[in-house]
Design a protein around this ligand. Structure first.
Ligand code: ICS
Length: 474
């Protein structure tokens, strides 16, 4: 990119690191780097404990289990087991939308065991047992119950596994214990892994699909229906002739997830949160898996063709028909918004997937990504990021608020895409912002349907006349 070289990026990083005490500087330095696009491998270290004392945007293992993997399954009761706050503050905020009737076919409510002091002192197992029975009585149509442990449950040594086991037997529905206490690991990422393991141990292979098998049976893995993403991605996969038999886990159904060992192919959107189960299903049932990206027409086109290549000529012909149908519509959107966004610079910091997945969509609109990073990505995510980011641009892993602000000050982006904790800081600095976790109360952003909304939202943020009224401290 214009004006960005390996030297300029490294100088910028060194300037930011210079204010740290030596010990902190040594710890943070390997997490900040200049992208080496050609290498195709990570330029930073990752998945390490956050340096104490700095502001991190990370979440916890409970968040990765309750908020991310389990919460979106619509026909189960998900119990936040522990004090009330974790359940309350993780209720509805991820915008993983669901269909159905609340309390009848979907259960998007806050269920918590609401630990009090006496539960901490005497243990909460009895309370959990009572709660499970009450939940079953109040919501007899729920297909199962997940028990998601908050920190105290692990600290006091409660045995939720045995409570769940007996309750499940006596009540006749799956009760799944998930030991996802927030203190485990270094971020929400371990919560994903623990939840994948729990699906492996308690769910998969316990059901069969009702309909007969076809060669086109697939599962859509790692789409959580944020702002309705699944409702854009699933019909698109169906339009090319595939049978989407299960969705993990956006607007998901327990029994379909449980029968996924019968599909022919797993198509995975969010690699970070669900690569574990794809690998398990490959090893155990011989199901191949394939990564794809439904952000922006360029990546959608590439993805549809790469998916088609795994099937026969019928699907491949359908893919070309679908591309030919949507390309002109997408070009219309690009013609409308690109003149307003061409050459604008964007910086990204989101969880573990979206920074690398959305770059192509910004580029479709003529924008350039000048900085990118993750809260909790691992080396395999940074490897996948290298070819997507322009060469020599800055990559930051679990950056502190200070680092992110200093990079923004140096790079002066026209847009920042990150989370709620960053939003108001940057808006007060006069920088347009989009929340790229919740789609800023908009969405869907996946698929062809999503690109139109994405383009409108980005234009609305970048070109809003409001920015003329903000006095930037820069
Ligand atoms: Fe995957 Mo926020 Fe996903 Fe990703 Fe994951 Fe989280 Fe969200 Fe973010 C997620 S599963 S909740 S795509 S829907 S934990 S936006 S890695 S941080 S980038």
């Amino acid at each position: 990119l214009d004006g960005i070289t390996k030297e300029s990026t490294e100088a910028m990083i060194n300037e930011v690191l210079a204010v740290y005490p030596e010990k902190a500087r040594k710890k943070r330095a390997p997490h900040l780097g200049a992208n080496d696009q050609g290498s195709g491998s990570a330029c930073v270290k990752s998945n390490k404990k956050t340096v104490p004392g700095v502001m991190s945007a990370r979440g916890c293992a409970y968040a990765g289990a309750k908020g991310v993997v389990w919460g979106p399954i619509r026909d189960m009761v998900h119990v936040s087991h522990g004090p009330v706050g974790c359940g309350w503050y993780s209720w509805g905020t991820r915008r993983n939308l669901v269909t159905g009737i609340n309390g009848v076919t979907q259960f998007a409510m806050q269920f918590t065991s609401d630990f009090q002091e006496k539960d901490i002192v005497y243990g909460g197992d009895k309370k959990l047992r009572t709660l499970l029975e009450e939940a079953k009585e109040l919501f007899p149509l729920a297909k199962g119950i997940s028990v998601l442990s908050e920190c105290p449950v692990g600290l006091i040594g409660d045995d939720i596994n045995s409570v769940a086991k007996t309750a499940s037997k006596e009540m006749g529905i799956p009760v799944i214990p998930c030991n996802c206490e927030g203190f485990r690991g270094v971020s929400q990422s371990l919560g994903h892994h623990i939840s994948n393991d729990t699906i492996r141990d308690y769910i998969i292979e316990t059901r069969e699909f009702a309909e007969p098998e076809t060669p086109y049976d697939i599962a859509l893995i790692g789409d959580y229906n944020i702002g309705g993403d699944v409702w854009s991605a699933k019909p698109l996969l169906e339009e090319i002739g595939l049978n989407v038999k299960a969705v993990w886990t956006g607007d998901g159904e327990l029994e379909k997830i449980a029968a996924t060992h019968k599909v022919k192919l797993n198509l995975i959107h969010c690699y970070r949160s669900m690569n574990y189960m794809c690998k398990v299903m490959e090893e155990k049932f011989g199901i191949p898996w394939h990564e794809f990206n439904f952000f922006g027409p360029t990546k959608i086109r590439e993805s549809l063709r790469s998916i088609g290549a795994l099937f026969d000529e019928t699907i491949q012909a359908n893919v070309e028909k679908v591309i030919a149908k949507y390309d002109p519509i997408m070009q219309g959107i690009i013609d409308q918004y690109k003149p307003r966004l061409d050459g604008k610079k964007v910086m990204l910091l989101v969880g573990g997937l979206r920074p690398r997945h959305t770059i192509g969509a910004y580029e479709d609109l003529g924008m350039e990504c000048v900085g990118s990073g993750y809260e909790f990505a691992h080396t395999d995510d940074y490897d996948r990021t290298a070819p997507e980011m322009p060469d020599a641009t800055v990559v930051y892993d679990d950056p502190s608020e200070y680092e992110f602000e200093k990079f923004a000050d140096a790079l002066r982006p026209d847009l920042i895409g990150s989370g709620i904790k960053e939003k108001y800081v940057f808006q007060k600095m006069g920088i347009p912002f989009r929340q790229m976790h919740s789609w800023d109360y908009s969405g869907p952003y996946h698929g062809y349907k999503g690109f139109e909304i994405f383009a409108r939202d980005v234009d609305m943020a970048v070109n809003s006349p409001t920015w003329k009224l903000v006095k930037s401290p820069f």
